[in-house]
Write a protein of this length. Structure first.
Lengths: 248, 248
DNA sequence: CGTTATCTTGATAACGTTCAATAAGAGTGG
DNA sequence: CCACTCTTATTGAACGTTATCAAGATAACG
């Protein structure tokens, strides 16, 4: 088995397009708790489920016309933007149940490119439909306001991380985050495979690949984790959290 | 006159509570272009205009119950959050016409504290009223989705700035940003007063106060700007933009 | 007019980058 | 199946940008 991170979802169907929100095991993460049963059905009708994305395939490009937001059903996606300086900046990693593309609403163009880091199944939700639904269902409107707001808070957390925290704190913070997000999907919080490369991690954390590698080695030497390429075994989550200073 | 940045607004009324959105000269920035006249009136009815905030007075605290978002009518406000590490991070500066507090929607608590950097007049807009209005007026809903999304894009821009750009690039970028935001308010793009302290600038840009000071001096020596404490005279905006690498 | 805040400038040091070499896989073709 | 290349990751040494420490200078304020 190459990927422990998928086992739970894969039991049922890896990247199957035949799915609906009501039966999706990720709905607890993806959907508003406040949505009534019949509201979920209405949402379900507008969700499009295409063929899986292959590794490195682009879901959308920075500058593309914005039409839809996307939910990751399986696999994982990174978002990145290119500054005028030509520097690429990874702005987020999206795991199953998480939603991306909302940065496109403001300018009617995506502000990021989104790329699959492995074979991934994606739900596409046309935004015009969301606007319609939100106009009719207050719970739906509330949910999307909240989603957008939470992304703001996430990004501000990340600003703090980049601005005020050391390389060790940043990396520990990422590991704790991924661990927690795995736990939320009922996967192991202590044994998982990082879907992203060292380059992507460094880019996301504002570090070079060399620093990422060194800090990983240091963590391993200190007995906090065991590393085997992308496979991570967390030996001391509390220590990791301490290093992260619960650095949010 | 202590502040050139205020002259245009102050002609009419500095921090007057007797105002409405239809006549407010900032509405072009603050309000959706798409709003019809009668829709503006409806918005106007829910906007609360309190007494002005004094310098350093808090508009809200991180963790406070979220009820309203706020628009700056005059003066300026900074937002900052405290990480678990105890580090304070300035997440944004808000100038007249700009809206803050939207980070509170997601968790029903503000994720930042907001503090006036000078005497400031603020419009308070109860969020529940916005939700009501948005349910009835599609333009209003669209506007707030856009506002939230734009804040996300702004924050991601800032992430890139912190992650990939040098001290000079960061500071040039801030100066260019403030210059542009002044121009949008029909104030001078080349002569203005920075409402924030060096400490706040450094904190916002992920730099120490000493580095901020040094870079300012370097810019002055290079003939890009003239500095007199907080008063800035931009001598070569194109050079500044070049230094910023249009670093967004 | 003295006291406190804030800002500027200099000297030193640290953290992370850069440059460089090596290692370990993954994929390909003979 | 092994040799080959190409990519990705690891490790070391030297350097550089920015932080830290420290001292003055300037402005703000009672």
């Amino acid at each position: 088995m190459t990927s422990s991170a998928h086992s739970a979802e894969d039991k049922i169907c890896p990247h199957n397009a035949r799915q609906n929100c009501s039966s999706c095991r990720l709905s607890a993460i993806c959907l508003p708790l406040a949505l009534a049963q019949d509201e979920v059905v209405q949402l379900d009708e507008i969700v499009q489920r295409g063929r899986p994305l292959q590794t490195d395939e682009l879901l959308y490009r920075e500058g593309d016309n914005f039409n839809s937001i996307f939910a990751v059903r399986s696999g994982s996606v990174k978002a990145y933007r290119v500054s005028d300086k030509g520097e690429e900046q990874v702005t987020g990693f999206y795991l199953p149940g998480e939603i991306l593309g909302m940065d496109g609403i403001g300018q009617n163009r995506y502000a990021n490119s989104a790329q699959a880091m492995e074979v991934s199944a994606i739900c596409e939700i046309p935004f015009s439909k969301i606007e319609d639904l939100s106009g009719r269902l207050p719970n739906m409107q509330k949910h999307f306001f909240k989603l957008l707001s939470q992304e703001i808070v996430e990004d501000q957390r990340h600003i703090t991380l980049l601005s005020k925290h050391s390389a060790e704190e940043r990396l520990a913070s990422l590991l704790v985050s991924i661990s927690a997000r795995n736990a939320r999907r009922n996967l192991s919080a202590f044994s998982f495979r990082l879907p992203m490369s060292r380059t992507d991690i460094g880019n996301f954390l504002g570090l070079t690949i060399e620093t990422v590698s060194r800090v990983f080695s240091r963590f391993a030497k200190q007995g906090l984790i065991e590393i085997n390429k992308k496979e991570i075994l967390v030996l001391d989550i509390d220590a990791l959290k301490r290093v992260a200073s619960l650095a949010n």
